[in-house]
Design a protein around this ligand. Structure first.
Ligand SMILES: Cc1cc2nc3c(=O)[nH]c(=O)nc-3n(C[C@H](O)[C@H](O)[C@H](O)COP(=O)(O)O)c2cc1C
Length: 201
């Protein structure tokens, strides 16, 4: 059975524009794949991922036998996020742009799934991603228009990060100009909708 993991990164608790596009994709996907299992992870609103700090990183790198109960809980949380990711073959990310970057909670999520020896390994040939065989769809929503310009720092960052962990098959769908006026918004969402229909078939 295919498992699809939907990662919502909007602060608007499932109602953000990016979450709605992700929902639209998941609904269309479910229609053509009724047996698919859907798992939703809301990293920014419902269950915000805490930011990485010295204490949390210290827990990651401590030897398993030396970890305090507190450190074990921190690692168990990170392990559960990683297991959830590993168990899915399709990853859907709702990605808003906030102040020219990705939501800080999505960065915090990435910080909790990037674990040396667990999700990537350092080898003589360089780093090697250990999370392979996934298909990733990213639904990026923006108030302005940035795709294909140097101001779009999100696309290269998200692609590079996912590639680092071994996820190389990544498709972006953009809905842009959402704050530039009703017509621009409508056109941006309509374009994204067409892409969603094509991709979910
Ligand atoms: C705190 C905040 C910061 C934003 N910063 C930007 C920005 O830098 N560039 C942009 O084009 N839009 C920006 N926007 C607009 C959002 O990208 C846009 O509303 C998007 O649809 C938000 O996705 P969401 O509804 O899923 O949260 C910002 C919105 C918020 C709430």
């Amino acid at each position: 059975m295919t498992t699809l993991l939907q990662i919502n990164a909007s602060i608007h608790n499932g109602k953000g524009q990016s979450s709605q596009l992700a929902n639209q994709f998941v609904a269309a996907y479910q229609e053509s794949h009724p047996a698919a299992r859907i798992v939703v992870r809301d990293v920014a609103a419902a269950e915000p991922v805490p930011h990485l700090n010295g204490e949390r990183f210290g827990a990651f790198i401590a030897k398993p036998g030396d970890r305090s109960a507190e450190q074990q809980a921190i690692v168990a949380y990170s392990d559960s996020l990683i297991e959830e990711l590993k168990s899915a073959s399709i990853i859907v990310i709702g990605l808003p742009m906030y102040n020219f970057g990705v939501p800080s909670q999505l960065k915090a999520y990435f910080d909790h799934i990037a674990r040396a020896g667990v999700t990537f390994a350092y080898t003589e040939q360089g780093p090697k991603g250990l999370i392979t065989g996934k298909k990733v769809f990213v639904f990026a929503t923006r108030g302005g228009v940035y795709a294909g310009t140097p101001l779009d720092t999100q696309t290269s960052y998200v692609r590079d990060f996912l590639r680092f962990l071994g996820m190389t098959d990544v498709e972006f769908v953009y809905a842009e100009g959402l704050h530039l006026g009703p017509q621009t918004k409508e056109a941006g969402l309509a374009r994204a909708g067409l892409e969603i229909t094509r991709l979910a078939a």
